[in-house]
Design a protein around this ligand. Sequence first.
Ligand SMILES: O=C(O)C(=O)C[C@H](O)[C@H](O)CO
Length: 336
Amino acid sequence: MPTRRQLLLGLPTLAAPRLAGAAGAAGVLRPRFGYGLADDSNQGRAARLFAEEVMRRTDGRIMVEVIGNAIFGTDAKLQAAAAEGKIEFSVTSTATLVEWIPEFSLLDAPFLFSNPAEADAVLDGPVGDQLRAKLRPRGLVGLVYWENGFRNLTTSVRPVRRLEDFQGLRIRVMQNPVALETFERLGTQARPLAFDKLYDALRDKEFDAQENPLANILQSRLYEVQKYLTLTRHVYSAWIVIASARWWDALPPADQKAIMEAAVVSRDFERADTRMRSAQALKDLKAAGLEINELSFSEANRISNRLNRVYAHIGPRVGLPLLVQTQAQLAEMRER
Ligand SMILES: O=C(O)C(=O)C[C@H](O)[C@H](O)CO
């Protein structure tokens, strides 16, 4: 059912599933790419580039309509809409897939990756491929991984300098069991909430704290409703570009190949864009008045030690072989 806002503003609504065969005038396909963040965001820029690349590689036979600002909702809603074929493409957090596919909780393991290169190697390698393959039974095709980034903590009540400073913080987390357990283990009162409700919830003091990558804190203006930023880098957040399997399977192989090539171009662009903007975001957040602190080495150690227990619950969800394969790949990279 279209929302009042969609109807009033004449915004696109989640229509009946379209089949790739259902080409419009002149045989042009117009699949929709829904995403949660603003047009002027790393998601928006990369989604538009993806659309351009698809148009170019299909000589205009496939014109992707890029629709942001959570018009179709955020992550969980976007995943369901794509699985039902109500939209053809989306980019969402892997974190909100865990309810459907527990193996994705591998990527929510605290301090799993130490730097973006490790994340790229695992996500673009056999482990990332195995996770993408698990989307099929859910009516989705996993194309590529984009970068949301390393997540950091912001608060409105006090800076977090020591493990004890987490105690009692009312923190918003993503709709993800590992994120919930992670912050409960740190002594906070953690509660999940969809991203498009976060700004208002912080403004209205429903929460004292939240955690997101620097680019997201800046582009979603969360600094307006928070005072302190602690550079915890406690987990790497990946985004995944997905397609409706029903729509995808009706495409000729040449178009599937063209779209996959466009997705890879958008991936490399998005990661470079996000990393460049993340570095700038730290300066902009400081200029915007956030009080920023790093954790001391000993406190970072105390926090990561406290979170080791989280891995005990991730193993059974992910399946030990995938966790062991990931840790072996990372150990091999770190020995180089
Ligand atoms: O929910 C969060 O904290 C996120 O990081 C969400 C993502 O940014 C989300 O994809 C926005 O649509």
